[in-house]
Design a protein. Structure first.
Length: 250
């Protein structure tokens, strides 16, 4: 479990560093990628997931409390190792205590990744830009603010993420992390428009905390009024995905 804890920290930190980094590259002033557009952000986040999954190989690479909730609900191991003879040699069971350790590691990693992204773009954060632009590097926000509908969007998008990931375990595609990366690109391109597709409580809350604490020049509010949507929406989506997977997949 200690290896899994460090693995989730490192993997989630890599995810947020590269994910927040592509957003910064597209929207902050005077970057090489300024104005690169929504699809660049979609593919950047997909490749961030791809990288994070490889880094977190010692924990099952959840990188996301919603994925942990989905596995927990479906009563599937958080992580297992199978020997050459097909016998499971190590496993992390889906218990409340283990889930809490995963959640904590994911939050720590998300904060670390957000701080590193800030440091990489420090001079661009110092440039004049709307406070909302600087916040958008760290966390999501809706295009049309309607808490109930924004919540529903996050539930649906996260359900797709977690349910398809659970289906991956039963399909011999052999694509591994690439399949998850492409799934994230697909979600962003198709369902990401209304809210910015947090689909991950740690991905949104950890960087939002970093935004609140960092000495960012000209920053405004961290928009805590909205912060519950990208936390509880994905949790509900992960829970529903786990329930359906229990009946359909496992």
């Amino acid at each position: 479990m200690s290896h899994a804890f460090i693995s989730e920290i490192l993997g989630t930190a890599m995810l947020i560093l590269l994910g927040a980094g592509v957003v910064a590259n597209v929207i902050l002033p005077k970057t090489k990628g300024f104005g690169g557009g929504w699809l660049l952000i979609n593919f950047g986040w997909g490749l961030a997931v791809f990288s994070g999954v490889f880094v977190a190989f010692k924990s099952g690479a959840h990188l996301n409390p919603a994925v942990t909730v989905g596995l927990w609900t479906a009563d599937q191991p958080f992580y297992s190792v199978t020997g050459p003879n097909g016998v499971v040699t190590a496993t992390i069971n889906p218990t409340f205590g283990n889930a809490m350790w995963y959640f904590l590691a994911q939050m720590i990693g998300a904060i670390i990744g957000a701080v590193l992204a800030y440091l990489a773009y420090k001079k661009h954060f110092d440039e004049d830009a709307e406070p909302g632009i600087k916040l958008a590097v760290f966390s999501t926000g809706p295009e049309l603010r309607s808490y109930a509908w924004n919540f529903i969007t996050e539930v649906i998008a996260t359900f797709v993420l977690v349910f398809v990931i659970l289906c991956f375990g039963k399909t011999p595609s052999g694509m591994g992390p690439l399949a998850v990366a492409l799934l994230v690109v697909a979600i962003g391109a198709s369902i990401g428009g209304p809210t910015g597709y947090a689909i991950n409580p740690a991905r949104d809350l950890g960087p939002r905390i970093a935004h609140a604490l960092l000495p960012i020049k000209g920053k405004g509010s961290s928009d805590w009024a909205y912060s519950w949507v990208p936390v509880f929406g994905p949790i509900v989506g992960g829970l529903l995905a786990g329930l359906l997977a229990t009946a359909y997949v496992f």
